[in-house]
Design a protein around this ligand. Structure first.
Ligand code: FRU
Length: 473
C-alpha cells in the first residue's frame, strides 16, 4: 500500500535518491543558500559518506546540484562547514576572488580502527565544484571521535576559529590561514552521562532582540554554543545549547548549572548548525530525524529530510538568556492565506504543506486537537494543569520502530492566555512552534494520504490557515 510518507515533502529538503543525514557547509553566497549534506547516493542507510549539494534562493524550494565531495584516500567525508575566505588567507584563491573553503572530517576505518581528522577543499566557482587541498589532513591528533568542524572568522582577534567535537567535549582551535591550526581550549559541561558523545557543535554570537543600542559593536553580545548529544546504546539523543561569553580563545558558559537547555523537544531534530555569511539574522537547520530509528524508516527511493530553516532570536528571562526559534520569514512571504472553512465540526486543511496558527483561550481545561484523514491522526494536547503539551503520533507512525517514540510531552514553565500554537505541517512532518517560538517540537509522521481535517475540541479557537505553494505555483 502507498504510504503518503514516501511522497516528497513540499517545504522540506529531501535528496534526489539515497541516504541523507546532517546538513553540512551551510553558507549564503552570491544570492544562494547552499546546503551540502551527509549523503550516500547509492544506499538507503548510512554508508560511504559524500557531501551532496543543493541550493535555494528562498530556503523552501531546493535545486539539486552534483555531489560536491567524494570519499578519497583519506577516507569518507563526514560533517563540516564552509567559509568565505574573502581575503584569501588560505591562498587557494586570488586577492580579487577569495575562495569558498570547506572544512570537513575525514573518517578512515580499517578493521576495528577508526581515525577522524580535519581536512580542506576549496571552490573557485561559488561552491559548485571543489578541489581537495593537497596537504590534507590539516588537523590530525589521531583520535577516534574527533569531528564536525564548524569554522567562522572572529573579527576582534582576526583569526579563524574552529569548534569541533572530541568525544565528550568540544574543542576550540584557531588559525590565520585555515591550514595551520592551534589548540586554544576545551569546553565540557560537567553534567555529561556515561557513554555520552558530543557531535556537530556550533558557536556564534547573538544580540538581544530588543537591544536598541545604536552602535552594533556596543550591543550586548551573548555567545551560544549548540551541541548534539547522543548515547548510542541507550538510543538517547538531544540537542543542547549553552549561553555564555567567548573571548576569542575560550567559551565560558553562563547557563545556570544543572539546567539543560534543549533546542527542540521533538524526536526528530538532530545535528543542527547555522548558516555562515548571512547578514542580520542567524538561520539554523537540522536533520529531521533520529539515529535510534533513522535507518529503519519507511523509504523507497530516498531516506531522510532536513528540518525547515529557523531564525534564532535571543530573549532575556530574568538575568538569563534563552533562544526562541521561528520559521524563516521566507515561509510567510510565500504562504497564501487559505479560508478557514468548516465541514460539520472540522476545519478543512488546504493539503500539505501548510501552516496553521491557533489562538487558544486557556482556562483550566485540557485542550485536544486532531489532524486527521480517514485512517491516520496526529493528536495535540494542551494540558494547562500540568503545563504540558503533547504530540501523539500513535496512529501515524510505524510502531515497530519502538513504542517509546509514539508520544512526546513538552513542558514549558509558563502558559499564557491566550496561548499560541503554530504548526508547519508537511507530507511527513509536523513542526510545532509554541508561543513566540520559546519551545519547538519536530516530529515525523507517516500517513496514507494528506491530513485533510483539523478537529478541535468544542471550544472557541481562532485559526489562520496558509497553504505553501510549490515552485511556480
Ligand atoms: C551526526 C554524525 C556526525 C558525523 C556524521 C557522519 O549525525 O554522527 O558526528 O560527522 O553524522 O555521517
Amino acid at each position: 500500500r502507498m504510504i503518503k510518507g514516501y511522497n516528497r515533502p513540499g517545504a522540506h529538503f529531501s535528496p534526489p535518491a539515497g541516504w541523507v543525514n546532517d546538513p553540512n557547509g551551510l553558507i549564503f553566497f552570491e544570492g544562494y543558500y547552499h546546503l551540502y549534506y551527509q549523503y550516500d547516493p547509492d544506499g538507503l542507510t548510512h554508508g560511504a559518506m559524500h557531501w551532496g549539494h543543493a541550493r535555494s534562493t528562498d530556503l523552501i524550494h531546493w535545486e539539486y546540484l552534483p555531489v560536491a565531495l567524494y570519499p578519497d584516500e583519506h577516507g569518507e567525508i563526514f560533517s563540516g562547514s564552509m567559509v568565505y575566505d574573502r581575503d584569501n588567507t588560505s591562498g587557494f584563491g586570488t586577492d580579487a576572488h577569495g575562495p569558498l573553503v570547506a572544512v570537513f572530517t575525514h573518517h578512515r576505518e580499517w578493521g576495528e580502527s577508526v581515525i577522524q581528522s580535519q581536512s580542506l577543499a576549496y571552490s573557485l566557482d561559488g561552491g559548485n565544484t571543489f578541489l581537495k587541498y593537497a596537504g590534507n589532513p590539516v588537523l590530525n591528533p589521531g583520535l577516534r571521535d574527533f569531528r564536525d568542524p564548524k569554522v567562522f572568522y572572529h573579527e576582534p582577534k582576526e583569526r579563524w576559529i574552529m569548534v569541533l567535537s572530541a568525544g565528550q567535549e568540544v574543542q576550540i582551535y584557531s588559525s590565520g590561514n585555515l591550514k595551520e591550526w592551534e589548540y586554544e581550549s576545551t569546553f565540557k559541561s560537567g553534567d555529561q552521562e556515561p557513554g555520552e558523545i558530543w557531535e556537530c557543535p556550533d558557536l556564534f554570537p547573538m544580540a538581544l532582540e530588543d537591544d536598541k543600542t545604536a552602535e552594533p559593536s556596543q550591543r550586548g553580545q551573548v555567545w551560544i554554543l549548540t551541541v548534539s548529544v547522543i548515547i548510542p546504546e541507550r538510543k538517547y539523543s538531544c540537542v543542547r545549547y549553552f549561553t555564555g561569553i567567548f573571548n576569542g580563545r575560550k567559551f565560558i558558559a553562563q547557563t545556570p548549572a544543572g539546567e539543560k537547555r534543549i533546542l527542540d523537544f521533538g524526536y526528530d531534530f538532530y545535528a543542527p548548525v547555522t548558516y555562515e555569511n548571512v547578514r542580520g539574522r542567524r538561520i539554523l537547520m537540522g536533520w529531521q530525524n533520529r539515529w535510534a530509528y533513522a535507518e529503519m524508516l519507511p523509504a523507497v527511493k530516498y531516506r531522510g529530510t532536513m528540518s525547515f530553516p529557523r531564525e534564532l532570536k535571543l530573549k532575556k528571562s530574568g538575568k538569563d538568556y534563552r533562544l526562541a526559534q521561528y520559521p524563516v520569514r521566507e515561509l510567510f512571504e510565500a504562504a497564501k492565506p487559505y479560508p478557514a472553512r468548516t465541514d460539520k465540526a472540522a476545519i478543512l486543511l488546504p493539503g500539505q504543506p501548510c501552516y496553521i496558527t491557533m489562538e487558544l483561550p486557556l482556562r483550566d481545561e485540557t485542550r485536544e486537537f486532531r489532524l486527521t484523514n480517514e485512517r491516520n491522526c496526529l493528536k495535540i494536547l494542551v494540558n494547562t494543569k500540568t503545563k504540558e503539551l503533547e504530540i501523539n503520533r500513535t496512529s501515524a507512525f510505524p510502531d515497530e520502530l519502538g513504542k517509546e517514540w509514539l508520544c512526546r510531552k513538552i513542558s514549558q514553565r509558563e502558559m499564557k492566555h491566550p496561548e499560541y500554537l503554530h504548526l508547519l505541517l508537511d507530507t511527513n512532518s509536523v513542526e510545532l512552534f509554541w508561543g513566540e517560538g520559546e519551545a519547538v517540537c519536530s516530529m515525523l509522521y507517516y500517513a496514507e494520504s494528506d491530513l485533510t481535517e483539523l478537529l478541535p475540541d468544542n471550544q472557541e479557537v481562532r485559526y489562520k490557515l496558509y497553504r505553501i505553494p510549490g515552485k511556480g505555483d
